[in-house]
Write a protein that binds this ligand. Structure first.
Ligand SMILES: [Zn+2]
Length: 678
């Protein structure tokens, strides 16, 4: 039989907002605590309420009693605020005497788990142990000890429990208790002071580290330990203006996000949107949801400009919630159970694109938390469907809700920083400003069928192979490329230098690899060849038709028609038919001459003075390509330093992202937005 855990809130599950000093509830930490404690106990966790126990009413207690009575489990642990734990214990004892056969253990914490040094983990472990060995009845477990419910009282001033003795007056649930929302009782004030002291203790370590002073010096400065409290608030207010979100919070966000399976197909993003919505709404940011098709949830949140009128149109922080499917048989880890290894978080979507999405989210939250003055609106947009073309994501929003977006800028995926991918031995950050144009072609040669014993000049295979050899001539497959004279020049203004000119001027010699090859040339991959008669094809029959598929990726500045003329010329056989199977929009190149690009560059260089920041052409497609034709300046950048190997892990069975990269990216985004939107 498993153990039932009921969560009711209390200090145990409180979150401390380091910026406002407020204690508030988010989700329960129970599952995480059980995981951290490597618990092997069979439990089922259910949250009944998330409230401060001083706000708990008789009706709330009735709910707890009813749930304990109905639970099939005979062993029950309840997490509860310590202030009125004894009252709840008394209510339970009245309703469920020992002959009811249930062992119920209440436990709590004096320091929130979120502080990182909580007694909650210890108390939870004790409670789980006690509930397995104690006889039926109602107990309280705190400080490593257990007490029958009517043999304990809380000493609020000291913040621990002790057995009741002869001097004890007025326990058994008759302590002062305030009604919901009424004035504070002396007990509550004491409890708050206990919490404030706990807060101070928890943060003094961080503060002293930040300011390189010792606790002894701090105490000497204020004369007595209690003086730490006002000093604590002083320091918090002093540091609030530049307080990054702690890496542990970012790790938790990313871990929870990648654990939501949004594999596309089917690409159901409703749970991911629920997750993001719950975070934003907790921070007081209203959320709008759209659904482009059943299951294809889109999430939209907007921070309004503080300047009136705004300096211009909005900035959109764009990311896609869907991920490519994962072949669990190939993965060494569970792709939807995030695993930390050597500072990297392994999971499907860690890199593409939930890691960058969390970096954007954290920057967005900081703009709100720190009340950063904004000269424009900032929109967080999370979309489905990118991994299958974006028709029900970015393109659907553009077609159906453009007025709600109408941005001047979009920040999206595309580029990143790397010490080895772009250039050997140089730290280069590429901010993508354009994509190559996709042109998929089918070639078809027709001839006369015949017997394989008598070769003829009308064999379509021979003709197609010879033509392909001419087309692909010039060395190894990686270097197969055509380079018309306008390569990479912006379509809008042919007097401007091309992106490639700018990149070469900034980076110098590129590192030789398939990524840098693909961004310097229009490329052709021969992806299939189809011929023969019958299945399996007969060896002694010359077919009448041979076909081949070409995945062409064309530099900006070359149109489809120009490209086909070039392919036909190189094939050198006018009888071969060329059919366009698919093409993307003509790429538009976003200028790098903008305040946001400069702010991104400055925020990167502030951290890495040696970094080269360059506009980048990317060889793959992103949602940005749907925005650029609308005149939107779209920058694709995950401002983290990634190895070529980590970049290559995208879509593979070892996808991972360095956690410090996500943390740094969130800081770069935040600073770039703060400075660009002054
Ligand atoms: Zn992506």
């Amino acid at each position: 039989m498993s153990i039932r855990i009921f969560v009711t809130g209390g200090t145990f599950d409180k979150e401390y907002n380091e910026l406002t000093g407020a204690l508030a509830f988010k989700d329960t930490h129970l599952p995480e605590m059980l995981r951290l404690g490597r618990s092997r106990v069979d439990v089922s966790v259910r949250t009944l309420m998330m409230i401060d126990s001083l706000d708990m009413t008789d009706a709330d207690r009735d709910v707890i009693v009813a749930q304990c009575r109905q639970a099939a489990e005979r062993q029950i642990v309840i997490t509860h605020g310590t202030d009125t734990m004894i009252e709840t214990a008394a209510a339970l004892a009245r309703a469920l005497p020992p002959d009811a056969g249930k062992t119920i253990v209440l436990t709590g914490a004096m320091i929130p788990y979120a502080f990182g040094s909580s007694d909650g983990l210890f108390n939870l472990g004790s409670a789980l142990s006690f509930v397995q060995v104690l006889a039926p009845g109602v107990y309280v477990a705190m400080n490593g000890r257990h007490f029958l419910w009517d043999r304990v009282k809380k000493i609020a001033r000291l913040g621990h429990s002790r057995p009741c003795d002869a001097r004890c007056q007025g326990h058994k649930g008759k302590e002062q208790r305030t009604q919901r929302g009424t004035q504070r009782s002396p007990q509550r004030t004491n409890t708050m002071m206990t919490r404030v002291r706990a807060s101070a203790r928890s943060f003094v370590g961080r503060l002293t580290a930040r300011f390189r002073i010792t606790v002894t010096q701090l105490r000497a400065a204020v004369g007595r330990p209690e003086g730490l409290c006002p000093l604590f608030f002083f320091f918090v207010s002093l540091t609030a203006a530049a307080q990054p979100v702690p890496p542990a919070e970012i790790e938790r966000l990313l871990s929870d996000y990648v654990a939501i399976d949004t594999s596309n197909p089917p690409g159901d993003t409703r749970k991911a949107a629920d997750f993001l919505a719950s975070i934003l709404e907790r921070e007081g940011i209203p959320v709008t949801r759209y659904e482009s098709a059943p299951g294809k949830a889109i999430l939209y949140a907007r921070l309004k400009a503080t300047a009136l009128p705004p300096a211009g149109k909005a900035v959109v922080l764009l990311h896609h919630m869907d991920v490519v499917p994962a072949d669990r048989a190939q993965w060494k880890t569970n792709p939807f159970a995030p695993t930390m290894r050597g500072g990297e978080l392994w999971a499907r979507g860690a890199m593409d694109m939930k890691g960058p999405g969390v970096a954007e989210l954290v920057a967005f939250l900081r703009l709100k938390r720190e009340r950063v003055p904004l000269s424009r609106d900032v929109i967080l947009l999370a979309e489905p469907d990118e991994e299958v073309g974006g028709a029900l994501g970015a393109r659907w929003m553009i077609a159906n809700h453009y007025a709600e977006l109408d941005p001047e800028y979009v920040i999206d995926e595309g580029g990143f920083g790397s010490r080895d991918l772009f250039a050997p031995n140089a730290l280069v950050y590429g901010i993508s400003v354009a994509e190559k144009k996709l042109v998929w072609l089918k070639l078809r040669a027709e001839g006369v069928a015949g017997h394989g014993s008598q070769p003829t000049a009308d064999n379509p295979n021979d003709r197609l192979v010879r033509a392909l050899a001419r087309l692909l001539a010039g060395g190894d497959p990686e270097s197969v490329a055509l380079q018309p004279t306008d390569a990479g020049r912006p379509v809008q203004d042919r007097r401007e230098p091309s992106i490639l000119d700018v990149m070469r001027a900034k980076v110098g010699a590129f590192a030789p690899n398939k990524f840098t090859n693909a961004i310097q040339k229009s490329t052709i991959s021969l992806t299939w060849f189809r011929s023969g008669v019958g299945d399996p094809p007969k060896i002694n029959v010359i077919p009448s038709v041979a076909e081949a598929g070409l995945d062409c990726r064309v530099l900006p500045g070359t149109t489809k028609d120009q490209w086909i003329v070039e392919v036909r010329r190189r094939l050198g056989d006018a009888s071969i038919q060329i059919e366009v199977v698919n093409e993307s929009d003509d790429p538009v190149v976003t200028t790098q001459d903008s305040p946001l690009f400069r702010s991104l560059e400055a925020a990167i260089k502030k951290r890495h003075a040696d970094a080269i920041v360059t506009p980048l052409l990317i060889p793959y497609g992103t949602d940005s390509n749907a925005f650029r034709p609308k005149g939107v300046k779209s920058y694709g950048i995950f401002p983290a330093i990634l190895s070529a190997e980590a970049v290559a892990s995208m879509h593979g069975d070892a996808e991972r992202v360095p956690l410090d990269g996500v943390v740094e990216a969130s800081e770069v985004f935040f600073e770039a937005l703060r400075d660009a939107l002054k």
